[in-house]
Design a protein around this ligand. Structure first.
Ligand SMILES: Nc1ncnc2c1ncn2[C@@H]1O[C@H](COP(=O)(O)OP(=O)(O)OP(=O)(O)O)[C@@H](O)[C@H]1O
Ligand SMILES: [Mg+2]
Length: 347
C-alpha cells in the first residue's frame, strides 16, 4: 500500500520520534515537547516541561549562547546545525547533547523547532577509546623502560647487599629503601599500563564489602576526617577482578584523604539503580580546577610532590575494563565527587 501525504500521521511521527523535539516560543518557553524530549530530561509529566522556560533545562553558563542561537533562528530564519552543549536534567543530572534548530512557521509567527540527540554515551565511548589508545602506547613504552631500567637496578641492589654484608654505613639503608621505591614505581607503571597482564579470574564481588575492607586501612586518618557510609543494596554483586577493585578503591579513598588537608568529610555511597551499581566517593577537600578535570586518568598527571600520577590511571583502567563509567565533578575549595557506575552481569 502506498502512503499519500494525507494518510501520514505527522503528529505521530514527531511524537514518537526517537530524537527529542521541542518547539520553543519567542519568549523562550517550551510550547511542545515530544515523548523522547520528556524522557531525555528525565521528567514524568509533560506539565513539568510545557510552558516552562528553556533556561530551566540549561546550565547558566550557556544561557546567552542559546539565547543568541534562538534569536538567529526566530529573527533571522537561520538554521543551527549541530551545537554540542550540556543540558540539565531532573535532579540536577547533566547530559551531553547535540542540538539542531530550524525555524517553524505558524501563520505570521516564527518559532524554533529544536532537535536534540543525547550523545553522552557516544562521548564516553570516544573518551574510553582515546584513554585505551593512550594506555596502549604507554604500555609499550612502559614495558621498554621497565626492561631497560630493571636490569641495572637489580645489579645495583645486589652490590648494595654485598656491601652491607661486609661493612656498615649510615646511608646504606636509605639507599636500599630508595631503590625499593624505584622498583615499586616500575611495577605500578607496568600494572596500570598493561592491565591485560593481570589475568586475575573473574569472580562475584560485593563492592560494599571491598569498600569496607579498604576503609580499614585508613584508620588513623579517621581521627580528623569524618567518614559517612551510606551503603544501600549491599547484596548486589558484580562480576570482576577482585584485586583490581581493591586497588581502585584504595587509590580513590587515598586521594580523597589527601585532598582533605586538615579536617573534613568523606562520604562513600553505594546503591543500585537502572541495572547499574553506583559508587560515589565524595570529599570536602581542595577540589580540582575545571581545566585539570580532563587530565584525570592520564598517566603521570599529578599535582603532588610525592605523587606518581598513576593512581587514577589504575582506577580508570579498572572501571573501563569492567564495562563501567566514571565521572568526576569538583569545585575548587568545596570538594570532589567521583561517581562510578558498573553493570551488574550474570555469571
Ligand atoms: N579527590 C581529589 N581531590 C582533589 N584532587 C584530586 C582528587 N583525586 C585526584 N586528584 C588530582 O588528580 C591528580 C592525579 O591523581 P592520581 O591518584 O592519579 O595521582 P596522585 O594522587 O598524584 O599520585 P599517586 O596516586 O600515584 O600517589 C592528583 O595529583 C590530584 O591533583
Ligand atoms: Mg592518588
Amino acid at each position: 500500500m502506498k502512503l499519500t501525504n494525507e494518510r501520514i500521521d505527522f503528529h505521530q511521527l514527531v511524537e514518537n520520534s526517537l530524537n527529542s523535539i521541542w518547539l520553543v516560543g519567542e519568549d523562550r518557553t517550551i510550547l511542545y515537547c515530544n515523548k523522547a524530549g520528556l524522557q531525555l530530561l528525565n521528567y514524568q509529566s509533560m506539565e513539568d516541561v510545557i510552558n516552562k522556560s528553556i533556561y530551566l533545562f540549561l546550565p547558566k553558563k550557556i544561557h546567552s549562547l542559546c539565547n543568541s542561537g534562538l534569536t538567529r533562528v526566530m529573527e533571522f530564519k537561520d538554521v543551527i546545525d549541530r551545537l554540542d552543549i550540556t543540558i540539565l536534567k531532573n535532579h540536577g543530572e547533566l547530559a551531553e547533547v547535540e542540538l539542531m534548530a530550524v525555524p517553524y512557521y505558524s501563520g505570521d509567527k516564527v518559532f524554533a523547532q529544536v532537535i536534540i540527540q543525547d550523545i553522552t554515551d557516544k562521548k564516553m565511548a570516544i573518551k574510553r577509546l582515546n584513554d585505551k589508545e593512550k594506555l596502549a602506547s604507554l604500555g609499550q613504552i612502559a614495558a621498554g623502560i621497565v626492561h631497560e631500567v630493571k636490569n641495572p637496578l637489580t645489579a645495583v641492589k645486589g652490590f648494595l647487599q654485598l656491601i652491607k654484608e661486609s661493612q656498615s654505613h649510615p646511608y646504606l639503608d636509605t639507599m636500599e629503601s630508595e631503590l625499593e621505591k624505584a622498583f615499586d614505581t616500575l611495577q605500578k607503571l607496568l600494572q596500570v599500563s598493561k592491565p591485560d597482564l593481570q589475568d586475575e579470574p573473574l569472580v562475584p564481588i560485593s563492592l560494599c564489602q571491598k569498600l569496607n575492607m579498604v576503609l580499614l586501612l585508613f584508620q588513623e586518618k579517621m581521627y580528623s576526617v569524618e567518614v559517612e557510609l551510606d551503603l544501600k543494596d549491599a547484596n548486589r554483586i558484580i562480576i570482576g577482578k577482585k584485586n583490581l577493585f581493591l586497588k581502585a578503591f584504595f587509590n580513590l579513598i587515598k586521594n580523597a584523604f589527601e585532598a582533605i588537608n586538615d579536617q573534613g568529610k568523606l562520604k562513600i555511597e553505594h546503591y543500585y539503580e537502572n541495572g547499574l551499581v553506583h559508587v560515589r566517593i565524595s570529599d570536602t577537600g581542595e577540589g580540582i580546577p575545571a581545566d585539570k578535570i580532563k587530565m584525570l586518568g592520564t598517566p603521570f598527571f599529578s599535582s603532588k610532590n610525592d605523587g606518581t600520577g598513576l593512581g587514577l590511571t589504575q582506577v580508570y583502567t579498572t572501571i573501563h575494563e569492567h564495562g563501567g563509567n566514571i565521572t568526576v565533578s569538583s569545585e575548587v575549595g568545596m570538594g570532589t565527587t567521583i561517581h562510578i557506575q558498573l553493570p551488574v552481569k550474570q555469571i
